[in-house]
Ligand binder design. Sequence first.
Ligand SMILES: [Zn+2]
Length: 218
Amino acid sequence: MNIKHHPDDATILAYAAGAVTEGFSLVLAAHMESCPHCRGRMAEANALGGELLSEMQPAAMSANGLEDVWSRIDSEPDEEIPAATCHVPVDGVPGILIPYLPDGIDSLHWRSLMPGIRQHVINGIESGRGSVRLLSIAPGTIIPHHTHLGGELTLVIKGAYTDEMGCFQSGDLADLDASVSHQPVAESGEPCICLIATDDRLRFSGVFSRMLQPLIGI
Ligand SMILES: [Zn+2]
């Protein structure tokens, strides 16, 4: 798996600190099953986390606080990259997802959202005002232009899509916040299946999409 897109430093640190929703934790854990690079970053963040927290006063955090933390993490000896022993992908599906998909990803009850886009909501996962869902996007389909009121983590399970940030393929993770506006387009070939966690609602740019939003529950 040739992974090119990873979570931001701030997201890794928040995950290490246990400060993300269950939904975000699920997507991050699913990404890390196939990403030794991020397993290594997580191990480093965990190793220094307690020490940093005990030393830092909140008021002393500079504007460059995040970079300071990572430069300190980078100056420490590398932690050994942990193997993904608890969960391993099966046919490209992250192992941590399998309990939520007992009959497999191909037998899910997908609900049509709009032409070319189907969703399956994964219930019972704490997500703030957001949600955890799988989207299946038909090849060539354009998702309406939108921004986010909170954060959105998108992990590509199968297929690929392209947006303003580049091409995202199986294993790639898009880590978006409210400053990002994007319009993903599914690549040709097989449908693009993504695992998406939000911690708040999406904000669509188009009038028609905004009218649809209450109906489709995104
Ligand atoms: Zn990664």
